[in-house]
Design a protein around this ligand. Structure first.
Ligand code: ADP
Length: 509
């Protein structure tokens, strides 16, 4: 026999069930009561849910006795009168009590059966077990409460809107920030409640939530946005706007998170102000250094010309009347020496002013070993005349203009030779690596410096010695200026008659 494809399908065999079996084992409870509520019949499902034998329930128990106190009140005030009047009730929630005392939450549908002469005879109830549903409801409620508590206690303002742009939720921070207290903003268009302007121009800015809803993409406000609250406060804010999508991905609204950043903006403003001040001070300093350099040039030029006149006429006097002057000739020599000394002071003054005005020329790494060699060559005469021995460690590279480094080393080594004791000078240069700096040390066995003068000697024209050790007192002041220009330091540790150690820090390459 030919078979149709449908015959090939496996068919589920339904066992024969009697109406009675269906009644007893149905997935819902069936209860029949008399009009006064006495249980006349109950199916097995219901009795099992309640933990009773069926016979225990049909022996005169009233349905009311199986209800919680709240259930009983509801039965008497709602279910029973509605049944009497309308003949039926649907989906009434009633809590029943199990035999073990536990509560069975249920949903009840009830019908009144009537006789042919339309007289009520019985009540029939279909009862659904709502335990699981109640559990889900509780979980849903807990999740909703958690969400609500989170949104209420969060430090940022949270505002939710629908697709039309009307606000449907504002947390307390949003109320406070916007000035629309007690949820007064809910139900209003977002543009009415949140007015944002650009900090610099005061121009109105469209709320980014509109764009987030249109585009379906997270967005934010431009920088430096100020919110103008309902009560006129201006609050610097930062924000993020996100679309809210349903399971199918369709945008159903948006959520806006606003943060008050007034404190941060204030700090930024103060920082900008401080930067401006520093810039202004640096400009002033540069200008005054330029002025000083200018002044030094002009002054040295103006001083030099009368000085050379003095020198010229002293020489003329000496040549013309020298022989007639007798002891007066010695006085002429004093004048000539003083003029020479003044000329050298002018040179030093110029050098000092020049260092002050110079910028940092180079930040390329410089090898101090090379510069040191140049210094030793420059000082060759003084070294051999004094019998000095200059030794040094290997010196690491530093970031400094090479000419300045020569000036530094030459002043320190030159002084170590110049201020020597009766012994031939022994000078040793070391350098220690110190994180981002190099610490140089120039140690000698010279006459040493008393503690009370150790800070003074770095000031211009400060000298501890007279004509026995000629000098202008400008060398260490120049060294200090150079060190400070590179954010370094210079100082001395010394004891009279026990030599000196000059320390100097410079930026490491
Ligand atoms: P100058 O050497 O022209 O006097 P400086 O500024 O180089 O000027 O030195 C200032 C003073 O510091 C010197 O007059 C001297 O008294 C003292 N001084 C500098 N270096 C040493 C040293 N190595 N030992 C002892 N005294 C020193």
């Amino acid at each position: 026999m030919e078979t149709t494809p449908i015959d090939d399908q496996p068919t589920a065999s339904v066992p024969d069930e009697t109406a009675e079996e269906l009644y007893e084992t149905a997935p819902c409870g069936y209860v029949t009561t008399s009009l006064d509520g006495r249980i006349l019949k109950v199916n097995r499902t219901m009795s099992e849910w309640l933990g009773y034998e069926q016979g225990e329930l049909t022996g005169g128990v009233r349905l009311l006795e199986l209800l919680t106190v709240g259930g009983r009140m509801f039965y008497e005030t709602h279910l029973s009168p509605m049944l009497r009047v309308g003949g039926a009730v649907n989906e009434i929630a009633l809590d029943m009590i199990r035999k073990d005392g536990g509560v069975l939450p249920t949903l009840v549908n009830a019908r009144q059966t009537r006789s042919v002469v339309d007289q009520p005879i019985l009540n029939r109830l279909t009862i659904f077990n709502a335990s699981e549903r109640r559990m889900y409801e509780r979980e849903l409620l807990a999740a909703r409460n958690l969400l609500r508590t989170t949104l209420v206690s969060i430090g940022d303002a949270v505002i939710a809107i629908d697709v039309e742009g009307r606000i449907n939720f504002m947390n307390p921070v949003a109320d406070e920030l916007s000035g629309w207290k007690n949820n007064a903003g809910v139900g209003r268009p977002i543009e009415e409640v949140l007015v944002s302007v650009r900090e610099e121009t005061g121009a109105r800015i469209a709320n980014p939530i509109g764009e987030a809803i249109r585009s379906g993409v997270i967005g934010g406000l431009a920088e430096h946005t100020v919110l103008i609250s309902k009560d006129g406060r201006r609050i610097a804010v930062d924000d993020s706007a996100s679309p809210i999508k349903d399971e199918s991905g369709a945008v159903v609204g948006g959520v806006l998170i606003l943060r008050d950043i007034s404190a941060r903006r204030e700090v930024e403003r103060q920082l900008e102000e401080t930067h401006d001040q520093i810039r202004r001070r640096a400009d002033e300093l540069r200008r005054s250094n330029e002025d000083l350099s200018q002044f030094a040039h002009v002054a040295s030029h103006d001083l030099r010309s009368p000085l050379s006149t003095i020198t010229r006429y002293v020489q003329l006097l000496d040549r013309t009347y020298g022989n007639d002057l007798g002891e007066g000739r010695e006085l002429l020599e004093y004048v000539s020496d003083a003029a020479k000394r003044m000329s050298s002071l002018i040179d030093d003054l110029l050098e000092y002013a020049h260092v002050s005005a110079e910028g940092i020329h180079s930040s390329a790494p410089v090898d101090p070993n090379v510069q040191l060699q140049t210094v030793l060559d420059n000082l060759q005469d003084a070294i051999s005349a004094s019998g000095a021995i200059v030794t040094h460690d290997v010196l690491p590279e530093v970031l400094i203009d090479p000419t300045s480094l020569v000036q530094l080393l030459q002043n320190l080594i030159g002084n170590a030779i110049h201020y020597r004791s009766a012994d031939p000078p022994r000078i040793h240069i070391t350098a220690t690596d110190q994180n981002r700096r190099v610490l140089f040390c120039c140690r000698d066995n010279g006459i040493g410096i008393a503690p009370e003068y150790q800070a003074q000697i770095f000031e211009p024209f400060k000298r501890l010695h007279g004509s026995d050790r000629p000098g202008s007192g400008i060398g260490l002041a120049v060294c200090k200026k150079i060190a400070e220009r590179y954010n370094g330091r210079i100082w001395v540790e010394s004891e009279v008659n026990h030599g000196s150690a000059f320390f100097l820090t410079l930026p490491k390459a």
